[in-house]
Design a protein around this ligand. Structure first.
Ligand code: FAD
Length: 466
């Protein structure tokens, strides 16, 4: 057991918290979305929370942790869904929320610290020069930009710009390594894939350069259809309209809007499926013409409301907020993350709707994927048992709809079900003792793990807590 009193002394001058209740609070994220992770992670907690204010303090903390063999799990705002920010081996939670400054804003790009909340970054960039991030997660009001890069994938704006994995959507990352003498590395180009979406397993991001786009006063719109598949076809056609500038297109099946969108309920008829949209103000006229042609019913427009007080942003009905709103009303609900590879993505969605009906109510996000319009899904699941969940996953996969499993905490099982050789090689270089966010990279812990075996990985440190 490391000597935490001594470690605290060595970290003197840096904010350190060891009150067990507060440490436990900062050792949690949104893992409880999954009934499976909820059961596994109940007893997970760190020993200390360290909150550095500068890169210098990050370096000092990693140096001390390395010397004492203490694990370090970075944390932004803890809104990740798969336990990414949970310290499975205890140790230090490195809370980056106090490193929240913007350093420079230029035409088309911003340089900032990792802990800035995304909506605040957008607010400052808009005030400075009418710019905003190209896309953001639906948690923009609380999540940090560093956590998004290390744990997220895409979001509101991905219909135009694709996701974080697309070259050019992150410009530069500065990363501190976990070694006896931590190094500071600047990564650009393909090297960015070493640390983006690596859950902080191979370096702490201390500075970020992101591209910006023109900012607009986006208009929130809901379009209603009596049939979910009509809403899906409308969304697909709108996404392919070259001239209409949209930031968000999310078809959501009945009864989700009526049952779970409490603030928007007055604008949605019983049995109506909706499309949640964000439209640039100057695109509203062509958008309305298009919607009329497609026989869509405009049920809500933020630009026609006297007051938006108490009404959430349209994007807070979409992405994983759809799931959050459902769970708040019915805690037994969970969800999946599905891909419907094109060009027959609409047909694939229809097949899944036919098979599962209301057991898996539909929710799609239209995105640009390798230059093509596609949709991914975050359908709800009326959860009954782990066995049935596995069966639902299998049926999707049998129909050519891959699942990115949100009920797993490892990079591999939540992603491509294979070792990411680039991230693994980088970890060998930057974290030789394997102290950064232990348990999240199977290839590090168990190089021989057979991803085709059908078995789920259980991190030994976690098994000890269960
Ligand atoms: P955290 O949860 O704190 O951390 C995420 C991961 O990054 C962890 O592994 C952590 O260890 C690591 N990390 C954090 N900071 C650093 C750093 N400086 N250096 C290295 N590693 C670091 N995700 C999307 O991609 N798109 C969405 O639209 C979206 N919608 C969501 C909606 C809801 C309601 C919820 C609950 C989640 C959603 N998510 C979404 C997931 C999550 O909110 C986002 O990925 C978010 O950006 C994470 O930011 P965070 O600051 O909360 O990161």
């Amino acid at each position: 057991m490391p000597d935490y009193q001594r470690i605290k002394k060595e970290l003197e001058g840096i904010a350190v918290e060891d009150n067990p209740a507060l440490v436990r609070q900062k050792s949690r994220d949104f893992y409880w979305y999954s009934p499976i992770l909820k059961a596994q992670f109940e007893n997970v907690t760190a020993d200390l929370v360290v909150t550095p204010k500068t890169e210098e303090e990050v370096i000092r903390t990693l140096k001390v942790a390395y010397a004492h063999d203490v694990p370090v799990t970075p944390r932004g705002a803890g809104t990740g869904n798969y336990g990414q920010a949970m310290p499975l081996s205890g140790g230090i939670v490195l809370n980056l929320a106090a490193m929240n400054g913007i350093k420079e804003i230029h035409p088309g790009r911003v340089i900032c610290e990792p802990g800035i909340v995304i909506a605040e970054l957008d607010r400052q960039a808009k005030a400075h020069s009418g710019q905003e991030l190209r896309f953001h997660p639906s948690t923009a009001q609380t999540a940090t930009i560093g956590g998004f890069i290390a744990g997220g994938s895409g979001g509101v704006g991905s219909i135009t710009w694709g996701g974080l994995r697309d070259l050019g959507n992150i410009l530069r990352l500065r990363v501190v390594t976990m070694e006896a003498e931590p190094r500071v590395l600047d990564l650009t180009g393909w090297d960015l894939t070493k640390v983006s979406h690596a859950y902080g397993t191979n370096g702490i991001i201390t500075e970020i350069e992101m591209p910006l786009a023109p900012a607009y006063d986006w208009v929130d719109v809901l379009v209603g259809y009596d049939d979910f598949m009509d809403a899906v076809r409308f969304s697909d056609a709108l996404a392919k309209c070259n001239g209409i500038l949209v930031k968000e297109i999310a078809p959501i099946a009945a009864p989700i809007p009526q049952d779970y969108f409490t603030r928007h309920k007055p604008f949605i008829r019983q049995g109506q499926s909706i499309v949640a949209l964000m439209i640039a103000p100057h695109s509203m006229d062509p958008f309305l013409a298009f919607t009329m042609q497609q026989k869509g019913e405009i049920t809500f427009r933020s630009d026609k409301m006297e007051s938006m007080k108490g009404i959430p942003h349209a994007y807070e009905l979409a992405w994983n907020h759809t799931t959050l709103r459902a769970i708040k009303v019915d805690p037994s609900i969970t969800y999946l993350q599905v891909q419907y590879p094109g060009p027959d993505h609409v047909a694939k969605v229809r097949k899944m709707v036919e098979i599962f009906g209301d057991e898996v109510p539909g929710h799609l996000e239209f995105i640009k994927f390798d230059g093509q319009i596609q949709c991914s899904g975050l359908p709800l699941v009326r959860y009954t048992s782990e066995a049935r969940l596995e069966e639902i996953i299998r049926i999707h996969q049998d129909h050519g709809c891959p699942i990115f499993n949100p009920h797993r905490y490892t990079l591999e099982e939540g992603g491509m079900k294979q070792t990411d050789a680039v991230q693994l090689a980088f970890k060998r270089e930057t974290d030789p003792k394997g102290l950064l966010n232990p348990g999240k990279m199977i290839a590090w812990d168990d190089p021989n793990f057979d991803f085709k075996s059908g078995k789920n990985y259980l991190f030994p440190g976690l098994a000890a807590l269960m």
